[in-house]
Design a protein around this ligand. Structure first.
Ligand SMILES: NC(=O)c1ccc[n+]([C@@H]2O[C@H](COP(=O)([O-])OP(=O)(O)OC[C@H]3O[C@@H](n4cnc5c(N)ncnc54)[C@H](OP(=O)(O)O)[C@@H]3O)[C@@H](O)[C@H]2O)c1
Length: 274
């Protein structure tokens, strides 16, 4: 039995579906089972990672788990997991840990990794780079105006598809190897301006890019994420201007198939943008 936490989230939902496809028995944890919609064969359980008393029923009979990094709140989950005999944890983490300046995002994920390591439960860390999904934040502007307004248009990254992050986590649960660290990027270095152009190509209509100042971009981003995370993201974008982003082969190495391209990701989310 594999427990998937963060199962209603972007990555976790794909982990659930991919584990089912692989023939595994899957239990999905959520704080609100009423709102969770999963295939009938998934057992949905109520539980809150921040409330360890809610967790023993969710972890009973579980041998492997996908762990969502609820910042600063993992110790109780790990205690219950250990007592329940969980043999391997694959945790969603962030490649920001490896940056010269890990910033707020790197720091909170490192604390989560340290908590898992400290538990002594065998583990894999799936350190995701920038999610392609962040660009879904552009969808309302694209639908309303056909223009993306943000800062640092020439900032390059190699963003990764959530299905590939989930595929690496799934592979880590199907063939657990204690101590593995998988750092993930997507398959191509693209500036923000490149990505806006590709969205237009997939939609079949031009989408324009308009440069904003940092302050203007920050005021939009804080509506989608905590201020520290927004500042960190803008610092990263500033430092990625005019560079070619590193592309890692991890997705293909772990899953045996190429990582999804940005155009394939847009095709998958075309309804969001149109
Ligand atoms: N965006 C990026 O570029 C990027 C890059 C690298 C790493 N990351 C990291 O990836 C993660 C985001 O992944 P995502 O997009 O899949 O998440 P998401 O879609 O925002 O979903 C969050 C999930 O966490 C669960 N959750 C939150 N608090 C919980 C709690 N106390 N107890 C139990 N479940 C809880 C939610 O479950 P319920 O609401 O159903 O309970 C939900 O399933 C973050 O840690 C982020 O820092 C992001």
């Amino acid at each position: 039995m594999i427990l998937v936490t963060g199962a209603t989230g972007n990555v976790g939902r794909n982990v659930v579906l991919q584990l089912l496809e692989a023939g595994e028995t899957v239990r999905a944890l959520t704080r609100d089972p009423e709102k969770a919609a999963f295939p009938a064969e998934v057992e949905v359980v109520a539980g809150d990672i921040a409330d360890p008393q809610s967790l023993p029923p969710a972890l009973k009979g579980v041998d492997r788990a996908f762990l969502f990094p609820v910042f600063g709140q993992l110790d109780g989950f790990l205690d219950v997991a250990k007592a329940s005999g969980v043999e391997h944890i694959a945790m969603l983490s962030s490649s920001a840990i490896e940056f010269d300046d890990p910033g707020f995002i790197g720091q909170v994920h490192l604390e989560c990794e340290n908590a898992v390591t400290g538990s002594g439960i065998p583990r894999t860390f799936v350190r995701a780079g920038l999610f392609m999904l962040n660009d879904r934040g552009w969808a309302p502007q694209i639908r309303a105006t056909g223009v993306v307004r943000t800062a640092y248009g020439t900032a390059a990254a190699a963003p990764v598809d959530e299905r590939d992050i989930a595929a690496v986590a799934t592979a880590s649960l199907l063939d657990p190897r204690d101590g593995s660290v998988h750092s993930l990027t997507g398959p191509e270095s693209l500036t923000q301006i490149d990505r806006v152009r590709i969205i237009g190509e997939v939609l079949g209509k031009p989408v324009a890019f308009e440069e904003l100042s940092r302050e203007e971009a920050l005021s939009h981003l804080v509506q989608q994420m905590p201020p520290d995370a927004a500042e960190f993201l803008l610092d990263q974008l500033a430092s990625w201007q005019g560079v070619t982003a590193e592309v890692l082969p991890t997705v293909e190495q772990v899953t045996g198939r190429p990582a999804h391209t940005y155009a394939q990701w847009v095709e998958h989310h075309v309804a969001d943008f149109s």
